[in-house]
Design a protein around this ligand. Structure first.
Ligand code: FAD
Length: 288
């Protein structure tokens, strides 16, 4: 297994993101997806963490399963919502004991209904980094929002907080975006703040326009008109829509690689087809 900081120092990384399954059937389906993607030889895979709490144990189970049962390096996401320090300490102890070396430290989103909010010892991703730093054995990643985090009052404040966070982490992974300029501007703005850590672009192949529009609204990303037009032109046939989304994502990935991005992180939505097709289109080396 490996620390992602070391992987990035050695070569460009290609990674996949999964969500913890909510049902036994979804768990079987995720197992199939991982089996289909493993032959591509990903540098690492990551598993999201439900800010609300419902799937948290499953994140730990899936990450630990990947560590034990596959040859892939896993990374666990961790958020600030409704956590006490003792609880986080237990979770980090369990991850360390299971040989998990990589954590993505995240703010997380407060519940939609403020009445559902539970007290937490953590507010910002940097609060989690305090705990991770004190242990010293995890490689730590953070989130970056190329189009600015929706809760940031302005661009300069967003970049100042991101720069401060990334100085203390090993790398960042971005929220998805559809135009290479957003990524390049982010990297330039960090460089202007003297932060040069790897920023891995997050890639979302749009295979369902409505679903991505909802996710974009929540994450502060814009779905540009050319994406809407390409998917709309594909009509109602899910297969034609998927092909259009794969074509758009392939083009974006090619631009990012040409611009020297240190890796690509694919939001798989627990499916393998789009990611495998983009891999093939880009001629990426199968097997790592
Ligand atoms: P933070 O870095 O804490 O920042 C949140 C906001 O607070 C920003 O506006 C920032 O500018 C501001 N801020 C930071 N520090 C300070 C400070 N000291 N004072 C004032 N303001 C400050 N969500 C999940 O629930 N589970 C997941 O698994 C998950 N995975 C993700 C993976 C990636 C790659 C990305 C990009 C996002 C992911 N998210 C996930 C979503 C993420 O949790 C949300 O976008 C969340 O709202 C912000 O997370 P953050 O880590 O950027 O937060």
């Amino acid at each position: 297994m490996a620390r992602i900081a070391d992987l990035l120092a050695a070569a460009r990384t290609f990674s996949f993101e999964f969500s913890p399954p909510r049902t036994d059937e979804a768990q079987l389906s995720l197992g199939r997806t991982i089996a289909e993607l493993e032959p591509l030889g990903p540098s690492f895979v990551s598993v999201t963490y439900g800010a609300g709490g419902s799937t948290r144990t499953r994140t730990q189970q899936v990450v630990t399963w990947i560590r034990k049962e596959t040859a892939i390096t896993p990374m666990a996401h961790l958020t600030c919502q409704s956590h006490g320090r003792a609880e986080i300490a237990d979770l980090l102890d369990a991850y360390h004991a299971a040989g998990i070396e990589n954590i993505l430290a995240l703010g997380g989103d407060p519940p939609r209904d403020p009445a559902d909010a539970k007290p937490s010892d953590y507010t910002y991703a940097t609060d989690l980094i305090d705990d991770l730093d004190s242990r010293g054995h995890f490689s730590v990643g953070v989130a970056a929002h190329p189009e600015v985090h929706p809760r940031s009052p302005d661009r300069a404040t967003d970049r100042a907080h991101l720069a401060g966070k990334l100085r203390r982490a090993d790398f960042a992974i971005t929220q998805f975006f559809f135009e290479v300029e957003h990524y390049l501007r982010l990297v330039d703005e960090l460089a202007a703040l003297d932060v040069h850590k790897p920023v891995i672009p997050g890639i979302m192949p749009v295979t369902n326009l409505g679903q991505v529009q909802r996710m974009a609204t929540l994450s502060g990303a814009a779905v540009p008109q050319f994406v809407v037009d390409a998917l709309t032109a594909a009509g109602d046939d899910p297969e034609t829509q998927r092909r259009a989304g794969v074509e758009l994502a392939t083009e974006l990935c090619a631009q990012l690689l040409a611009e020297g991005a240190p890796g690509l992180h694919f939001y798989t939505l627990n499916k393998s087809t789009a990611t495998r097709e983009i891999y093939a289109n880009l001629g990426l080396p199968i097997g790592g």
